[in-house]
Design a binder for this molecule. Structure first.
Ligand SMILES: Nc1ncnc2c1ncn2[C@@H]1O[C@H](COP(=O)(O)OP(=O)(O)OP(=O)(O)O)[C@@H](O)[C@H]1O
Length: 599
């Protein structure tokens, strides 16, 4: 007889096990074989058998679905022998979940448990019930925009999406999928979404590498993030640093007063417009493009504010790793696995991520040369880092190995660059160690010995969760410090920047959402010392920053002026030509479908 009441406990057939008593608990379901045996599960056509799996929590269930009626196999493994108990024809439903050890950096493994009953209604009730329970789990997405870079990595973007697409389907997440056709395509799609279109999605997923994610990030924030620019390098250079630079500001919440601009005009031709945010929409690679305007955006423009501003607490970005380095995924999940990342997305995992705003200033007298704004999630680097990206473009045909080849060439060239940096120092910052200028040597500096115990960012990180609001970069609690000289490289790590070559990343203890970046200045030094520094980066547990020629400053903003006519920056692995740059970090500017690395 069919029943209408929701089942709290029923006897069903479980595929590969036989008859079980299935029980609904507040936090999941459990099953107990009537015939004491073992439990089996299957995944993507493969069988995973476990003697201990007799339950699954709703937090580990990503989908449940009715399937066609058919055979439920009643066989089970029993101490190495297959015991066949006959199959039963039944109505069926499948519970899709995953097995993953908490606190372990191994990939999560998909599991599917199939149950059957002779009455369809019993199966329907179980499905409805489990669905209702998983809906109570923290905000799982319903609709996503998915952008697939088909050529990323070794051309594995499409294949990576094909691997994980069934997960989205089983989780009943609607996906609008676009395969990119060229560099800049993802940027165009995202930046031209009207607010209404954006609000129809819970997030955007990039299937590709850090470069595709950077395009999505820039497209999203180009017209939706409103903030004052950081000071221009020439402004700080003109005003000098330290307390003076604070005094050159009025009370316009960080914007320069017209006096500042007039004062600077003789040096750089900056106009007051240069200091208005969001005047220019730029491609991540530095090509300025006209922003397409939708009706909605016109409306927004009239209201002077986008109706979906950033930061907000609902819209999330996700990455399915398929690129050549995948530093953002490695630094935010601890593992480079498309299935684990897809599960993080459909399960609605959410964490805040700091984003760096990189403003490129031009020195040309043309009033059309407005500053252009770019965003980076993981890294901004100059010198060695910029040169490697530039050189590697010549060898694109080699695939990901071109970075090793280009890195070797650039290392052998051993170029250093004259530059002037000004960085913001927190008056109470224990990590900023302004080491002596232009000092090189083989003896490790004492910098890190002076730093407090190094807390590595992880799931539920206490540092990132601190509610203390990050002070405005113009607050009284900070001052600008200048550093000038010849540098082999200048790197700004917004996150640890872990990758397969650098298992701890550039800065092992960088946090994902503390509002700081780590400025690493590598001063000109003999080539063997630089090699020593680089090789330390490749070793787990080493200390690549503990050299006298390396300065490490934890900061919220810095400016840069190069004395070169052409300077190349590396933003999240993409090239940006810029001789004058200001960078500031925005704490938790976006939400990511992730929960932090397992370390
Ligand atoms: N269909 C496409 N054809 C060519 N380039 C594309 C396409 N889609 C995106 N791109 C661009 O390719 C660049 C690299 O993308 P991504 O980082 O995702 O892959 P990757 O394999 O890790 O790349 P790389 O090895 O260059 O770092 C980005 O600048 C991105 O904008």
């Amino acid at each position: 007889m069919e029943r209408d009441a929701p089942p709290l406990s029923s006897t069903l057939f479980m595929d590969g096990v036989g008859e079980v008593v299935l029980t609904l608990r507040p936090d999941g379901i459990s099953w107990k074989p009537l015939d004491a045996g073992v439990v089996a599960s299957s995944c993507l056509g493969m069988d995973f058998r476990s003697k201990i799996q007799t339950e699954i929590k709703f937090s580990d269930v990503y989908g449940v679905e009715l399937i066609d009626s058919g055979l439920v196999h009643n066989g089970s493994w029993n101490i190495g022998t297959f015991r066949w108990g006959g199959d039963s024809e039944a109505h069926r439903f499948v519970v899709h979940g995953f097995l993953g050890e908490r606190g372990s950096a191994s990939p999560w493994v998909l599991v599917a448990y199939t149950f059957g009953h002779k009455y369809l209604k019993i199966c329907q009730k179980w499905v409805e019930h489990i669905e209702a329970c998983i809906k109570n789990e923290p905000a799982r997405p319903r609709s996503l925009l998915v952008l697939v870079h088909p050529l990323c990595g070794k051309g594995k973007g499409r294949k990576s999406w094909d691997t994980v697409a069934p997960i989205f389907c089983r989780a009943k997440v609607q996906t609008k999928v676009t395969v990119t056709q060229r560099a800049g395509h993802a940027y165009n799609i995202v930046s031209s979404l009207s607010d209404r279109e954006l609000r129809s999605f819970d997030g955007i997923v990039a299937v590709g590498g850090d470069g595709l994610f950077n395009e999505v990030l820039n497209g999203l924030l180009a017209s939706r993030h409103e903030a004052s620019y950081p000071p221009s390098p020439t402004e700080l250079s003109f005003a000098g640093c330290g307390e003076q630079s604070q005094q050159c500001r009025d009370n316009t919440n960080g914007r320069c007063s017209s006096n500042d601009v007039n004062d600077m005009a003789s040096e750089t031709s900056l106009t007051s417009d240069d200091h208005e945010p969001l005047l220019t929409s730029s491609m991540p690679n530095g090509t300025d493009i006209p922003k397409s305007t939708t009706k909605n955006e016109e409306c927004n423009a009239a209201n002077q504010a986008p109706s979906t501003p950033f930061p907000n607490d609902w819209f999330r970005l996700g990455i399915i790793p398929a690129g050549s380095t995948d530093a953002i995924v490695l630094s935010t999940t601890g593992i480079r696995d498309p299935v684990t990342s897809a599960l993080n997305i459909v399960l609605g995992r959410k964490m805040l991520l700091d984003i760096a705003q990189v403003v490129r200033w031009k020195a040309s007298p043309s009033p059309r040369d407005l500053p252009s704004v770019h965003y980076a999630a993981s890294f901004a680097g100059y010198g060695f880092y910029g040169d490697v990206i530039k050189e590697s473009e010549k060898y694109r045909w080699m695939g990901p190995i071109r970075y090793d080849y280009a890195g070797t060439i650039v290392f052998l060239q051993h170029r250093s660059y004259e530059a002037e940096i000004a960085y913001l120092v927190e008056k109470a910052d224990p990590v900023t160690i302004p080491t002596s200028m232009a000092e090189t040597g083989t003896q490790p500096s004492q910098a890190l010995q002076k730093s407090p115990s190094r807390l590595i960012c992880c799931e539920n990180c206490a540092v990132c969760a601190e509610t203390a609001t990050t002070a405005n970069i113009y607050s009284e609690s900070s001052r600008w410090v200048k550093s000038k000289g010849r540098f082999l490289s200048i790197g700004a790590a917004i996150m640890s920047c872990r990758n397969e070559r650098a298992p701890d990343g550039l800065v092992a203890d960088a946090h994902l959402a503390d509002g700081f970046l780590h400025l690493i200045l590598v001063r000109d030094c003999p080539r063997p010392y630089y090699l020593w520094h680089l090789t330390q980066l490749t070793k787990k547990g080493s200390d690549p920053l503990n050299f006298k020629f390396v300065e490490h400053h934890k900061t919220r903003a810095f400016t840069f002026i190069s004395s070169q006519d052409e300077s190349v920056w590396n933003l999240d692995g993409e090239m940006l030509k810029a001789c004058r740059v200001s960078v500031q970090v925005f704490r938790g500017l976006i939400n990511l479908f992730a929960s932090g690395p397992v370390v």
